[in-house]
Design a protein around this ligand. Structure first.
Ligand code: ATP
Ligand code: MG
Length: 760
């Protein structure tokens, strides 16, 4: 009886509603873009809460970005008509993993104030290890080792579990040893890298079944968005948490390893020992199946390069026996033309699960393809289109530019600054990556955790205090010998006569400063503390005296940093935030164009989406093709599909015929993906950034105006063939797109069975 149902349920279609209301047992929602998967998850939480099935703190809900988590909380508040108190376990895998890890840090040889390293720190640390081992870092770059270690961590492999062949693949057979040394070093530094937030969490659960049981008992409901992009580590973590407490008792020994499914082993099932060692589980014994609900879309799996396993979604009913699989077929997001274009494009991939997608929306505007002379003109053209939309009353918040590679952003940023068009960059930690910000953060990190050697090293001689490389080297020697942090070593050394008096008193000054700040930390707010630190350390003064052009900007950034801290309760919370922000955005309330990579646009939607840079080599990206061949191409195509499906009403594709990549100009070939779009839904337009080249022979959008049938064949470069056809015939006319009913859809049911997708 619809009228009796709570308001939040009333707008749902029957399948969505079933997914929301099936609260007992595992549920998988497998459906295309814009069909309401995320909405289902949010509504499901609302339903759980309002029916009293669980309290906010008993729901584990994993989103792909921090932004998505915030959004979900907001929507939840709207649905329930009141702000939700808590929901402490709504966040990304990393933020939740990190949170659990802090509670039990000592069980994995850390303390609760451990530092989360960013890539930069990670590389620096690895460089030190390579140097200590006399490995030539030209031949064996630290970055490469970092990549290997990340890969292993994504697959849930601790040093002892890395297959021998792979462990030997770096530094003449020393890869595995270096990984082990790195992990050891992290413990000494009281630090974890990003991968550890999950890997160490898994180790914690494996080695301390009582802790695991505690969480298994706590989380009554588990919800996961974008399940197609979970990697093995995330999968293992979920599997551990999703088992009912009494089934999951793991022997306390460490002899059983976490097995990766890549070696064909059955994953965690092997270690299940029902009834084994149940004494510690206390009152939380229950055998009820876990209520886990995952939603995803195999056509949007775009993190294969980072170890995501689309197979996770295909194995769901194997992993969670009795799972209910629900499909959603109505797209609520996009107009007919947009949906048709996206569906036709993705149909070029082989071995898909296959889905039906239909919209009841109007056809709307055609998808446009615009050629520009170069990237500057592309930015100019897009800038003008945006201004035009703005004049017509469209909100900038509803406009996004989605790039394939982050270097493409600069051109747009420059253009928007010139135009005075507000924009925000989403996804890249731009602001916090600036050198002056990182320096300031390093000071705060040392205060927060004096064992944070990387931070200490970064600022020990910034501003210059006569504590150069020789001093740092000496501190390192002491630290290594005694197995203590640099900060401790410095404290010891200043009482000896090992250093020259001047350097010694300088170092003593610094140490005394830190000790004082650590005490003041308890009396002052963290923002006051930051101001004092920047002032007393001489750091602000350093930039005040600096004559270079950007010094003023840096000082402003430092002020902005202190301002940004106000949003947080304390220093720890702020530093935690910094290390976790993958998707920060500017002032949330400002009406601004969003600029981001396609990868970080996942799950989002905008009225108008600009997609620049559709050129061979850039999109599909050459690296993906080189490294992974056909699989790489298909992943790029899924990315293109994700891009187009972000648009509600307008999708505008661009390519530039000349582009500078890494400093050299290249003449480009339009992306094969353009060829793969259905003619009936696409319109080729003239660049509005027009520098008058449009009529130039050879290049320019005008040559495509009369194209008869681009997209009819799939080999590249079709656009060039299209050029040959130019003038043959008029009008790639508007044959109507139509609402897609199941029967008229050319896109449904390619690749029939789940098994067809990929050989194991
Ligand atoms: P993606 O795969 O891109 O993440 P999704 O499946 O998660 O997409 P949502 O973002 O949940 O889709 O929904 C897409 C849009 O459709 C949203 O604006 C959402 O509010 C709207 N929507 C979903 N279901 C309904 C419905 N039953 N009635 C009206 N609008 C809906
Ligand atoms: Mg979604």
């Amino acid at each position: 009886r619809a009228s009796a149902a709570p308001a939040y349920l009333s707008g749902l279609n029957p399948e969505q509603r079933e997914a929301v209301e099936s609260l007992d047992g595992p549920v998988l929602v497998l459906a295309g873009a814009g069909t309401g998967k995320t909405r289902v998850l949010t509504t499901r939480i609302a339903h759980i809460l309002s029916t009293g099935r669980a309290r906010p703190a008993e729901i584990l809900s994993v989103t792909f970005t921090n932004k998505a988590a915030r959004e979900m909380k907001l929507r939840l508040g709207q649905m329930l008509g009141q702000a939700v108190e808590g929901m402490p376990w709504l966040g990304t895998f990393h933020s939740i993993g990190g949170r659990i890890l802090r509670y039990h840090a000592e069980l994995v040889q850390l303390t609760s104030n451990f530092t989360v390293l960013d890539t930069d720190d990670q590389i620096r640390l690895l460089k030190q290890l390579l140097a200590a081992d006399n490995i030539d870092d030209k031949r064996w770059p630290a970055r490469m080792l970092a990549g290997l270690i990340d890969g292993w961590k994504n697959r849930g492999l601790t040093p002892s579990q890395v297959p021998a062949g792979e462990a030997a693949s770096f530094g003449n057979g020393r890869g595995g040893k270096l990984y082990a040394a790195y992990q050891e070093r992290l413990k000494v530094l009281n630090a974890a890298d990003f991968g550890d937030l999950l890997l160490e969490n898994i180790r914690l659960f494996r080695e301390h079944p009582d802790v695991l049981r505690q969480y298994q008992g706590r989380f009554k409901f588990i919800l996961v968005d974008e399940y197609q992009d979970t990697n093995v580590a995330q999968y293992l973590w979920l599997r551990l948490l999703s088992q009912a407490p009494s089934q999951s008792s793991l022997p306390g020994s460490t002899r059983q390893s976490i097995t990766s499914r890549e070696d064909g082993s059955p994953g965690l099932d092997a270690s299940r020992r029902p009834g084994d060692d149940d004494k510690a589980s206390g009152g939380v014994q229950t055998t009820a199946p876990k209520n886990i609900c995952c939603v995803g879309d195999d056509d949007q799996s775009i993190y294969g390069w980072r170890g995501a396993e689309v197979d996770n979604i295909l194995r769901f009913d194997h992993d969670f026996p009795g799972a209910k699989v629900i499909r959603l077929e109505r797209n609520y997001r996009s107009t007919g033309h947009i949906l048709a274009a996206a569906s036709h494009l993705i149909a070029h991939n082989e071995g898909r699960l296959g889905k039906t997608l239909r919209t009841e929306d109007v056809d709307g505007e055609m998808v446009t393809v615009t050629g520009a002379w170069d990237s500057e003109e592309e930015a100019r053209g897009i800038g003008e289109e945006i201004e035009q939309l703005q004049r017509q009353g469209h909100k900038l918040n509803e406009i996004a530019i989605l790039v394939r590679a982050s270097f493409q952003m600069r051109e747009f940023e420059d253009r928007f600054v010139t135009l005075g068009l507000p924009y925000r960059v989403i996804g890249g930690p731009r602001f916090y990556e600036r050198a002056e910000i990182r320096d300031a953060l390093a000071y705060l990190r040392v205060i927060n955790s004096p064992a944070d050697d990387l931070a200490f090293e970064r600022i020990v001689n910034v501003p210059k205090r006569g504590l150069g490389d020789a001093t740092v080297q000496m501190l390192h020697d002491h630290a290594r010998k005694r197995k203590i942090p640099l900060f401790e070593a410095a404290r010891l050394v200043i009482d000896t006569d090992e250093m020259k008096p001047k350097a010694r008193s300088s170092l003593r000054g610094l140490i005394e400063n830190f000790e004082r700040w650590q005490v003041q930390r308890n009396a002052l707010s963290h923002t006051e503390l930051a101001e004092i630190v920047l002032d007393e350390s001489g750091y602000t003064e350093m930039w005040q005296k600096d004559r270079s052009a950007d010094a003023a900007g840096r000082l402003e950034n430092l002020k902005e940093l202190v301002r940004s801290m106000e949003e947080f309760e304390n220093l720890q919370g702020f530093l935690e935030h910094i290390s976790l922000v993958m998707d920060r955005d500017g002032a949330a309330d400002e009406d601004a164009v969003s600029v981001m990579t396609l990868h970080s646009a996942k799950g989002l939607e905008f009225e108008t989406v600009f997609l620049p840079g559709w050129e061979e080599g850039l999109f599909p990206h050459q690296r993906a093709l080189d490294d992974q061949g056909r699989a790489g191409l298909e992943e790029e195509r899924r990315l293109a599909h994700v891009g187009i499906t972000r648009a509600r009403r307008r999708a505008k594709l661009y390519f530039a015929t000349n582009r500078r990549i890494h400093g050299t100009w290249n003449t480009t070939i339009p992306s094969r993906f353009l060829d793969e779009l259905p003619q009936a839904n696409v319109e080729i337009t003239e660049s509005k950034g027009g520098s008058g080249w449009g009529g130039m022979s050879g290049y320019g959008p005008s040559r495509f105006d009369n194209v008869e049938s681009f997209g009819s064949s799939y080999s590249t470069p079709g656009w060039q063939r299209a050029q040959a056809q130019r003038g043959k015939n008029g009008g790639g006319g508007r044959s109507g797109g139509g609402g897609f009913s199941e029967s008229s859809s050319p896109f449904s049911d390619r690749g029939a069975s789940p098994g067809a997708r990929r050989a194991p």
